[in-house]
Design a protein around this ligand. Structure first.
Ligand code: G6P
Length: 434
């Protein structure tokens, strides 16, 4: 095989130019000959704008890569080497509903970790399993690289219920690597963080710069400089004492777990002023697509930085590079635990460092998750695994138990009310529950 076919499902996403930029930057290592952007009927207009911009970017770089857009998912998947999933069932409107329903009950919505992410998982899992059927039939050797949120839950569904070779990805670990490196005046590529946990709930346990253990300095820097966040997460600060006690590096999303009340207040406030995150993103998207559509635009515009997905293309294409070129380098990925975290079930997805080569991801043994972190991890994991089962079976009781197990949900009655709203407001998108 001398050239690569990439299929991008959710190709009309405003993030796609990132991906195209990444392909262009790695042309020496990754001989991509075809990029097939797929979307659904509703996303046709956006898809065609993205197709135009992607073609201009490739032309400007003087590359011979065929970029095409299609609504025919099976055609795109046929003979692909890598299938990248970044789709959003129901679009941003569904995300806005996911974020608004819980707020009605004084609960954080959050489109990935909270009940918002639960609703999104119910919508997404049946679709990704369908995509996997197509991959099994039309491109059985392809790698599925999943970015679709909630990435940990969606990846667990794929790994448990299909034969597709798959890895889940997120930009949180690389964002932490850059932030920690900066706080230590080190280069990101010289900085290694031992990550272990779950998606959007991963901790940096140890920090090494060129092999030297600088964990305590990194924690001290966190206390002094405040912890780094991401564009999509309100920047509330952990107390110094809490960070000292925790003695590991929390990820930006840990604010939702450890600072629940503060985050809820902040989300309530912003939902009444600038709108929920989805509502804000809708405005940014409008602006972005106007820029993308201009025939003069032939690069990734700066406005994309307003979105939370920084480093997206770096993470995904470095992973593709490691698989294609059998690099055996280390990446932080979502895969089955398989013993890497000794006190966690083997058949659930975890976010962990792994050696990546052409055979896939080989998780690096972490050992036991310390007791002060393990309780939260196990609770979130049971919520996640129940959410996978609920999404597949359409079993309302499983769904209720999943939602009740989510740490943001204060009680079973509230879970029941939220579940009723979720099922009602997503009726056409959740056929498994009808
Ligand atoms: C971060 C997360 C992604 C999430 C994104 C949302 O990058 O890691 O999982 O999708 O933020 O960003 P947005 O701009 O859509 O709020």
């Amino acid at each position: 095989m001398s050239s690569i076919k990439l299929a991008v499902i959710g190709g009309g996403s405003s993030y796609t130019p990132e991906l195209i930029e990444g392909v262009i930057q790695r042309v020496e290592a990754l001989p991509v000959s075809e990029i097939c952007l797929v979307d659904v009927e509703d996303g046709k207009e956006k898809l065609s704008i993205i197709e135009g911009l992607s073609r201009r970017m490739v032309e400007k770089a003087g590359l011979n890569i065929r970029v095409r857009a299609t609504l025919d998912r099976r055609e795109a998947i046929r003979d692909a080497h890598f299938v990248m999933t970044q789709f959003r069932v129901g679009g941003l409107k569904a995300r806005a509903r996911d974020e608004r329903i819980p707020l009605k009950y004084n609960v954080i919505g959050q489109e990935t970790t909270g009940p918002g992410g639960f609703a999104k998982a119910l919508r997404t899992i049946p679709v990704i399993l369908d995509i996997c059927k197509d991959i099994e039939e039309l491109a059985p050797d392809a790698w599925l690289i999943n970015f679709t949120n909630p990435a940990g839950i969606v990846t667990e569904a794929v790994l448990k219920h299909t034969k597709v070779k798959s890895i889940g990805l997120c930009n949180v670990p690389i964002g932490m690597q850059y932030a920690v490196a900066e706080s230590l005046n080190a280069k990101p590529e010289e900085t290694y963080i031992e990550f272990a946990g779950l998606n959007h709930m991963v901790w940096g346990h140890r920090v090494y710069v060129n092999g030297e253990d600088r964990t305590q300095e990194a924690i001290a820097a966190l206390i002094e400089g405040g912890s780094a966040t991401m564009k999509n997460i309100i920047d509330t600060q952990f107390s110094s004492e809490f960070i000292q006690a925790l003695n590991v590096i929390p990820c930006p999303y840990h604010r939702y777990f450890y600072l629940k009340n503060t985050m809820l207040e902040e989300e309530m406030k912003s939902s009444k002023t600038e709108g929920t995150r989805a509502e804000q993103v809708m405005k940014t998207e409008e602006e972005l697509f106007e820029i993308y559509a201009s025939p003069e635009m032939d690069k990734k515009p700066e406005q994309l930085e307003k979105r939370g997905g920084a480093h997206y293309s770096k993470v995904s294409l470095n992973l593709v590079d490691a698989i294609w070129n059998n690099r055996k380098d280390i990446h932080t990925v979502n895969i089955l635990n398989n013993g890497a975290i000794s006190n966690c079930a083997p058949d659930v997805s975890v976010e962990i460092n792994a050696v990546i080569d052409s055979a896939g991801a080989h998780p690096i043994t972490f050992g036991a998750m310390p007791v002060e972190l393990n309780g939260l991890m196990q609770q979130v994991k049971s919520y996640e695994s129940l959410a996978v089962e609920a999404a597949i079976t359409g079993d309302r009781h499983k769904a209720l138990l999943a939602l009740t197990a989510n740490p943001f949900v204060p009680d079973a009655n509230v879970a029941e009310q939220m579940l009723n709203d979720i099922l009602e407001q997503n009726k056409s998108l959740l056929p498994q529950f009808s």
